[in-house]
Design a protein around this ligand. Structure first.
Ligand code: NDP
Length: 246
């Protein structure tokens, strides 16, 4: 555990399940105080909080819908006012709504874009200036996807949102570099979470040179590194973690 982390707060959006859950556990084990954001499943979020506290770490719950700009701004401003700025933000909240474009309704397009890409603005806009004012550097990591790097049929909405994040990360990294705040994206391939529900794991594994899907903890290990003091010169990048798929 890094001593410097003991005073550091991190927000993990979508921290209640899947990759976000593993990231919350990883960063809590590294000594950070973790705010777990989620939208609806408070049982899952409370279980993550309990696991962190049982292990001797610090965690709090911060529910809001990342696609709701006003709700995100209100919840984050109140939290920063009460508890201080975040040193790190990991954007893991994300959704899919797959369909071929010709059959995709506008609601499915809007929901995926406003959650996955809109969440970047809605969450970071209220947090960047408080982070800058900390004068201690900082870390921002967005969960993109291989779907944002290569085309996947049925995912025009999801692919657009994840490619958009890569562009947003590149630009924000340049804005914040002089403040010693790094901004990166992680682009996983298939990772064993609820998001793969309904998909045949063996068929997915057959598309991966490693012949298996990845584990959330493997993504969390990379995010943990990007959020560490050792990663202070790595910014504006997208790190792909996909078992050799792309
Ligand atoms: P899960 O479906 O397992 O978990 C999604 C998490 O996001 C939950 O905590 C959920 O909370 C939260 N969430 C969803 N919508 C919102 C919202 N509007 N506001 C706040 N929280 C929300 O997803 P994964 O862990 O698999 O995915 C995490 C990220 O990684 C996503 O951005 C995803 O696109 C990306 N990714 C995942 C891959 C995979 O194969 N699993 C591959 C590549 C990228 P609640 O339960 O309360 O709704």
């Amino acid at each position: 555990m890094s001593d410097s982390n003991s005073a550091r707060r991190v927000l993990v959006t979508g921290g209640s399940r899947g990759i976000g859950r593993a990231v919350a556990l990883e960063l809590a084990a590294a000594g950070m105080s973790v705010a777990i954001n989620y939208r609806s499943r408070s049982d899952e979020a409370e279980a993550v909080q309990a696991a962190i506290e049982t292990a001797g770490g610090q965690a709090s719950l911060l529910p809001f819908d990342v696609s709701d700009r006003a709700a995100a701004a209100a919840a984050l401003a109140a939290d920063v006012e009460a508890n201080g700025p975040f040193w790190a933000v990991v954007l893991s909240a994300g959704v899919t709504a797959d369909a071929p474009l010709a059959q995709m309704d506008g609601e499915a397009w809007d929901r995926v874009i406003s959650t996955n890409l809109g969440g970047f603005y809605n969450v970071l806009h209220p947090l960047v200036m408080p982070m800058v004012r900390l004068r201690d550097g900082g870390r921002i990591v967005a969960l993109s996807s291989v779907a944002g790097c290569v085309g996947i049929a049925g995912q025009t909405n999801y692919g657009a949102s994840k490619a958009g994040l890569i562009g947003a990360v590149r630009a924000l990294a340049k804005e914040l570099a002089k403040r010693k705040i790094t901004v990166n994206a992680v682009a996983p391939g298939f990772i064993a979470t609820d998001m793969l529900e309904g998909l045949e794991r063996k068929e997915l594994a057959a598309q991966v040179p490693m012949r298996r899907v990845g584990e959330p903890e493997e993504v969390a290990g990379l995010v943990g590194y990007l959020c560490s003091d050792r990663a202070g010169y790595l910014t504006g990048q997208t790190v792909v973690l996909d078992g050799g798929m792309t």
